[in-house]
Design a protein around this ligand. Sequence first.
Ligand SMILES: [Zn+2]
Length: 182
Amino acid sequence: MMIPTVRQTLAKAYANLAMAHAAVDRGDARFGPVHFMIRGRLRKGLESGTMRLGSLLDDERARLDRPQACAWCGSRTRLQLDHLIPKSRGGPETADNAVWACRPCNGSKGAKDPLRWLAEHGRFPPLLILRRYMKLAFRYFEEREQLDGPDPGDHPFELGELPMQYPSPTELVLWVAAASDT
Ligand SMILES: [Zn+2]
């Protein structure tokens, strides 16, 4: 078997995410032909370079519309700005690598990769967290011209933690809902 390039891995992971996102947006209870078509077209387009991952700006806009809450548990108290990709792992010092986290979640996650940390807690990542993670990864490898080679290792991401299988759309969330103020 051929070792996939970083671009192929990200294209496959992102196409699966887009399929899940479309199903959640449409309120579909299960995946079917429409979703598989979306996934297939996106994967092909991303692999061949005719399509690009959407801008991180979309995520910024989505974030501005939301109440400030912990990205991991929805708490609205004791919030701190946390690095999605930990700084100690080489995560960038940019606004799009920042998420709000409550002190307990921040402390529990520590310097761990967020996808690995969620997996250790038996939780499937919120879709918009996954999207941000993949966009940060795509940009990182693109800047280093490493998209078209195998996983170079020694970088801030855990490509092996990117989900390729999704639970049914009814079990997925875009974001963790913010807890009420009470
Ligand atoms: Zn929290």
